[in-house]
Structure formats: structure tokens, C-alpha cells
Write a protein of this length. Structure first.
Length: 136
């Protein structure tokens, strides 16, 4: 794996990677990478580039409210959103990368999904899956 991203002791929070490096772990272009129902890694831009995914920090920098998968209409309980729900039960952590600019991704550490709910978002006028992530 790139620079030991799977080992948070090797990679520093805030370290910036190219897409080629990130894609060694996160092998898809959408924000939720999973395999066989198991969450592998996550991407965000905190809604700066893709406002349909308005992720944001919670009460502290160690909490993120992460928006599930689905750009238009009500989000469904598809394989990506199910993988996030499954991660609540398994309790395993995954790396999170924040897109800074084209080809520049900042490592945000390893995160555990602790909660998920299906809620109405008034601003987007649709149902969204919202997940709570806590830094490991």
C-alpha cells in the first residue's frame, strides 16, 4: 500500500497524495469504496466541489457527518450505503481522503462509522443517508 496508508502510524494526518497513490487503496471514483459488503475507504471534499455531498465536521474535528451515496433524488439503501451501515456493526476503521484540488488528496486519518440514519434534508429537498464518523 502507498506509504503504509493502511498503517496510521506510518502516514501522517494531512499528508497529501496524488490520485494515482490514493487509487491504490480507493479503487473507484465515487466516495465510498467497498467490496463484498465491507467498507474499504472513503473520499470527501466537504461539499466544496460536490454540494450534493455536504459532509461536515461535528462537535469536534474528530467527528464527521458523512453523506451517503446518491447524487439525485432520494438516496437508496444501495450497496455503498449498506457497506457504511455494515461498518457500524463491524467497528473497523477505514482511511478517509479529502480532495483539495485535481490530483491532490489529503489523508484525514482512519475513521470508524458509529451511526447512520435516513433523514430529510430541507436544503436539498430529498432523503439522505447521514453517517457519523469518529476518528480512530
Amino acid at each position: 500500500m502507498i506509504g503504509g496508508i493502511t498503517n496510521s502510524n506510518t502516514v501522517l494526518f494531512g499528508q497529501v497524495f496524488t490520485w494515482a497513490e490514493v487509487s491504490e487503496i480507493h479503487r473507484v471514483r465515487n466516495g465510498i469504496y467497498h467490496r463484498g459488503g465491507r467498507l474499504i475507504s472513503l473520499l470527501t471534499d466537504f461539499g466544496r466541489i460536490n454540494p450534493c455531498y455536504p459532509d461536515f465536521h461535528g462537535r469536534t474535528a474528530n467527528e464527521i457527518h458523512y453523506t451517503g451515496f446518491g447524487r439525485r433524488g432520494d438516496q437508496k439503501l444501495n450497496a455503498s450505503n449498506q457497506a457504511l451501515l455494515n461498518a457500524i456493526e463491524s467497528g473497523h476503521s477505514v482511511p478517509l481522503f479529502n480532495k483539495l484540488a485535481v490530483g491532490r488528496w489529503e489523508f484525514q486519518g482512519h475513521w470508524v462509522v458509529t451511526a447512520g440514519e435516513y433523514v430529510f434534508d430541507e436544503k436539498q429537498n430529498r432523503m439522505l443517508w447521514k453517517f457519523t464518523l469518529v476518528r480512530e
